[in-house]
Design a protein around this ligand. Sequence first.
Ligand code: ABU
Length: 882
Amino acid sequence: MKVNLLFLSLAVAVGLAVAVFGPPHVSNALSPKDDNVLHIAGIFPIGGKGGWQGGQACQPAARLALEDVNNRTDLLPGLNLKLHWNDSECEPGLGASVMYNLLYNKPQKLMLLAGCSTVCTTVAEAAKMWNLVVLCYGASSPALSDRNRFPTLFRTHPSATVHNPTRIKLMEKFGWSRVAILQQAEEVFISTVEDLEARCKEAGIEIVTRQSFLSDPTDAVRNLRRQDARVIVGLFYVVAARRVLCEVYKHKLYGKSYVWFFIGWYEDDWFEQNLEKEKINCTKEQMRIAAEGHLTTEALMWNQNNQRTLSGMTSADFRERLNEALKKENYDIDNMRYPEGYQEAPLAYDAVWAVALAFNKTMEKLDRVGKSLKNFTYTDKETADDIYSAINSTQFLGVSGHVAFSSQGDRIALTQIEQMTDGKYVLLGYYDTQSDNLTWNNKEKWISGKIPQDRTIVRTVLRTVSLGLFISMGTVSVVGILWAIALIVFNIMHRHRRVIETSHPVCNTIMLVGVCLCLGSVFLLGLDGRFVEAEGYPAVCQARAWMLTLGFTLGYGAMFSKVWRVHRLTTKSKQNGMKKVEPWKLYWMVGGLFVVDIILMLCWQIIDPLQRSIEVFPLEDPPSTDDDIKIRPELEHCESQHNAVWLGILCGYKGLILIFGLFLAYETRSIKVKQINDSRYVGMAIYNVVVLCLITAPVIMVIASQQDASFAFEALAIIFCCFLSMALVFVPKIAEIIEHPRDKVEAKYNTDAGVSKEDEDRYHSLLAENDELQKLIATKEEKIRILKIKLQERDAMKLGTDGTAPSAAEGMNEPIGLGAGGVRNNLILGRIHHGNSAPGQLEPAGLILPDPLTANSDSAIGPISGYTRSSQSDFEFSESYL
Ligand code: ABU
């Protein structure tokens, strides 16, 4: 009933198909009466544009088989086979239409021959409705092995899965464990790939990517390149294969670094055919270049032994006859221009023989029950089952080899492996899946002379500081350390010299120790993977952090404490008077900073210690090598888990000290105190350190990925800070000591007395001048006294004569403004250069400087620049160094 309804509904379609494609062709060597004829239907893909057009050679092969079968008297005695066929173009829709046409047009067909997987899938799924057995001579789809879906299907063509064990075998043989798959989106290839994936997984082969395409493979091929696919299994029909190959050429996925596995049933010159017709945008030469070296696997379709087969022919005889038949159809066989399906022609030939043998067997069986094949109808399930059983048990030696069908209806076959060498296919060997036997001819040829790699070999190269840079920075650091040690010795040796003594030698030594640590850290900064194993690197990281932090604190802290004290002295003196600088206050400051550092560093190293971290850079090409390798540069860094937090705390704390030091240095820029004689030079050194630190820290963060630049920058900053600090603090001292080897004459630095050499000279000249003036005063007083006596005598005489009052001169008993005692002690120092007055210029009235030797340190002069000058002997104001 179901079938009848189907018949009815398709009648219109069949009628249309007949009108469009014309009546079916009939192949029969003889012209027997219709009573003696068994009719079979055939569907051949011949004139299509895509897929497999193997009917071009398979249809003539089937025709030859019909001739041979019908010529045999022992086969189907008294009966002839007749083939009614049409072209499906390997299009499933057209194939279905052709099938309906064949089935709904008389005479009754007993079996269906079909080729091309897509068509076979369609017709075999429908044929069960007509109780028809389908025999596929050209269908490789593994999906066709599903007995539930295709219960009446048999095929002489092996399933495409027979290639997969062979592919796996080759991958293992050549050591490829990373492959890619490119497939056309057709069920035949999808099911083949599924099988291949399962087998790869079993064999431990990684499938790096699986790309598919409908008709345009451009994107899929591009993706293969992106994925660095080297060994690629390509599954597509030949028209798509030509498009793929052209894209392979364009994307340069060919040559010594690539291996392609193609399907072996394309014709030998498939990559040169129909390029214009199919609008392939590559020349023959380009296609040849891209195709060179590829491997193919294919089930054996031609009997390899020169045995006589059931038909009485060897496969060579069959080839001859087929070639003749094809020549008659105008194929240029002499020039090796074979039609599509030439490889599968023996399968079509053997398929017809299998039909004949099965019919023969069925006939015998039906004869015994008084039935005949000739009475078969599409509803005759019983006879259909008999035909099924007969073909299922059919075995014979055909021109394609031993013909037998598995329980899934599949053909069991050997596979052959070929390689394209110099534009020709060369047989490399055979693989028997059943016995896992690989017969190898050792004829493979690789473009580079060696087996291509399945991936780019990535070599990890650790980026290290260049040796020259490390050595040069190291050398400068060593010089710096030696110089610092020499200065420590100098500082200790001359600690009693006033110039050193008043600069706080212990503070100087602390600063120099800090300098040594900082310069030592330059070595640690350059110690990387070149010298230290990965396991030892965290220790280097921690040593670097400790050394640089403590070095900085000692070096900078010592200088900071000096400017701090100067600032304190100048601000406190107003209230408390000038005090002596207590050394312990300086050490306390440095010690405090040092302890804070130790606590911070301990917390950091205990809670979240510095570890070796690796920065990976993009792959690079090696400078020059023929090998297929890439370089992956790596750079070591010292990082803890919460690196940013720790660096933030440490840099924040140090940054504050730097900024505060900068402020103090600025505030005390014009002040020189006798208690810390080098504060101005120290201030300059602080400026230098602050500026360099503030520039270096952010720059190093930015260039951290460039090992040479960041090392050079960091090392130079440290070296520059250290050298300049040492120079600013010690060069004047050294110069002074060289200039004045004896302590006495160190007048310039003799600030304890509060008098410089010039002041002393000036003092002596003032004393002399004072003596002169005192003598002058004495003379004048004598004169006055004499004059006074004279006046008194005159007045006495006058009084004696006229009795008048004394004159106005009587009020001049004392000299005006020059009391004898006051003149001696207070001098108008009109010649001392002071403050803003030019040398030799008189100071404004009222600026009375006490005697330098007897002055009270508390005598105030008045505020200048916000500071109170308590005594000319305590502070000296000079031009700011800013
Ligand atoms: N060897 C030809 C197979 C064609 C197909 O499976 O469609």
